[in-house]
Design a protein. Structure first.
Length: 194
């Protein structure tokens, strides 16, 4: 396996306040919630990093096994997602550790702010994944992102993803023995390329 792992850092992208509200479970604009959201955005904006590492692999399927180039899996859900694909991009993305710190801090002193930082983190990592996908794969026909732990694609596949990408060294993203990522506002995924 000689696939090159590349790393990209992105500038901050615009905040989607509607998505932040959705992740926070707020269905409408309320002045008090908007105020908390803006305070949280201001507090964290200069502290986030937007980093991705990724590699491209040829894939094949034989006898019910999908060979991803770095991992073989019997996941039928992943096979269905990758139907018609000949290549994949596997990637890891993170917006950094600062959100984890703020969530922990405000979890003790302001549960509303802690919830808003959780929602902000979800919106930020999704924005990063969407930006990365548009940047790297905009000229190709692709399938939706698929992550370890979805359907019958075992969470244990994280170990292989981390082994091939080495995101701890490249972007500061670690994996513990319970297969939880740190920073928590991070994603690993596979994108099928037709």
């Amino acid at each position: 396996m000689t696939n090159t792992v590349l790393t990209k850092t992105y500038p901050p992208m615009p905040y989607n306040r509607k998505e932040i509200r959705r992740y926070a479970g707020v269905s409408e604009e309320l002045p008090e919630i908007e105020s908390v959201m803006e305070e949280c955005i201001e507090e964290v904006s200069e502290k986030l990093t937007y980093k991705v590492c990724y590699a491209e692999f040829d894939i094949s399927r034989k006898n019910g096994i999908t060979d991803l180039g770095f991992l073989q899996t019997a996941s039928e859900d992943l096979a269905k997602n990758l139907d018609g694909c000949r290549k994949i991009v596997v990637f890891a993305a993170t917006v950094g550790l600062e959100l984890d710190r703020l969530i922990a801090k405000y979890g003790r002193i302001s549960p509303v702010k802690a919830l808003m930082f959780q929602a902000l983190g979800a919106e930020r990592i999704e924005a990063l994944c969407d930006t990365f996908t548009a940047d790297i794969l905009s000229d190709r026909e692709i399938k939706p992102r698929f992550s370890a732990g979805y359907g019958d694609f075992p969470l244990e596949a994280q170990k292989s993803i981390f082994a091939v990408l080495d995101p701890a060294r490249r972007i500061g993203l670690g994996l513990n023995e319970s297969l939880l990522m740190s920073p928590s506002k991070s994603v690993t995924a596979i994108i099928g390329i037709k």
